[in-house]
Design a protein around this ligand. Structure first.
Ligand code: PLP
Length: 356
């Protein structure tokens, strides 16, 4: 149990106008959570302070070798006014798994969730209430030793910041166009792919720019070795419905284990679908699209929850998925997950945690 010191702001900011759409990740709340790590002392001085710039040494290790990780989850305001988090202990556990991979000391799961809850509670008035809106929570850890040598840092900061965000699709669910990338790769087995480290995103920028320039909203990565098998999309995992079965790439070490992914797998199994977590070659996918067996494609991630895919491109091959619209299972997953997150539908035990 953390003993969190709270220094409340004396100059609360103006909250965004509820009638204007919120652009993702541009507005931040009044406070932030910080906790320091010092070798020999552990994680110390948990505190909530007014949101603002950090003063850091230019030689801080995070600036040079990228020893950094992050997480992403959301707080929702239910119709009856409660503040709800979706499976936050899964984020705490995944953060610790990333810590292990990039040599950062772990944080007890209860402390991690407590930090998030304390901050969300204090800035609870910032949770927007319009349909589809939420408060995005961004926990992250940075290496702070002032040192240019290459080794794990001996000091870190764990921080949490909050940002009110709008509906991912202001006009409702909308199918996206996906570009299958053949030149660049995101990660390889044994690399950082299954860690939620900023480094993975640096590796992805070039292909993302290329896809954007071609009129595509997201990149679908292939495996880094053979460049044959489907891995995941930008910041989403990917699912297919093939011949009635639900198929998603297995967690092979180079794919990020999404919490929305896991929740979709669990829901589909509950609903009686056969779910296969396995290797899927891009060729298999295109063949299934041609034969008509590929009936739905969707991405999963905290930001969009469930995102229908209407169109895939690989080199000169382009396929439209079914009629290019939103599949029935995709819609059902979206409605069910968002219903659970907002406290309107009772989900499996323990999926929703109320901040009190
Ligand atoms: C965060 C992330 C996801 C989605 O994970 P969720 O826990 O569902 O939000 C998928 N892929 C990558 C690369 C990610 O960083």
């Amino acid at each position: 149990m953390l003993n969190i010191r709270i220094e409340a702001t004396t100059a609360p900011k103006q909250k965004p106008d509820a009638d204007n759409p919120l652009t993702f990740g541009t507005i931040f709340t009044d406070h932030m959570f910080i906790m320091d790590y010092v070798q020999g002392e552990g994680w110390i001085d948990p505190r909530i302070v007014p949101y603002g710039p950090l003063q850091m040494d230019p030689s801080a290790m995070v600036f040079h070798y990228g020893q950094e990780l992050f997480e992403g989850l959301k707080a929702y305001r239910s119709e009856d006014g409660r503040i709800l988090l979706f499976r936050p202990e899964c984020n705490a556990r995944r953060s610790n798994a990333t810590c292990e991979r990039i040599c950062i000391p772990t944080i007890p799961e209860e402390d991690y969730v407590q930090a998030i809850e304390a901050l969300v509670k204090l800035d609870g008035d910032w949770i927007p209430t319009k349909p589809g809106t939420s408060l995005y929570i961004r926990p992250f850890i940075i290496a702070t030793d002032p040192f240019l040598g290459v080794r794990p840092s001996a000091t870190y900061k764990f921080m949490v910041i909050l940002s009110p965000v709008g509906a991912y699709y202001p006009e409702g669910l909308n199918p996206v166009k996906i570009w299958i990338e053949e030149e660049y790769v995101r990660s390889v087995r044994g690399g950082l792919g299954e860690a939620k480290a900023g480094a993975n995103y640096v590796a992805s920028l070039k292909a993302q720019m290329k896809a954007h320039d071609a009129g595509y909203s997201q990149v679908l990565w292939l495996d880094g070795v053979e460049r044959r098998y489907i891995e995941e999309v930008g910041a989403m995992n990917i699912f297919f419905q093939i011949g009635g079965k639900v198929v998603t790439p297995g967690l092979n070490g180079s794919i990020l284990p999404g919490i929305t992914r896991r929740s979709c797998v669990e829901l589909c199994k509950l609903w009686g679908y056969e779910v296969e977590e396995r290797r899927i070659a891009a060729d298999e996918l295109f063949a299934a699209a041609v034969s008509g067996e590929l009936t739905e494609v969707w991405g999963t991630g905290t930001a969009a929850v469930v995102s229908p895919v209407g169109h895939l491109r690989k080199g000169d091959e382009v396929v439209q998925i079914a009629d290019g619209g939103i599949g029935g299972l995709t819609q059902r997953l979206y409605d069910t997950l968002t219903g659970i997150q907002l406290g309107k539908i009772e989900g499996p035990a323990g999926w929703v945690r109320e901040v009190v």
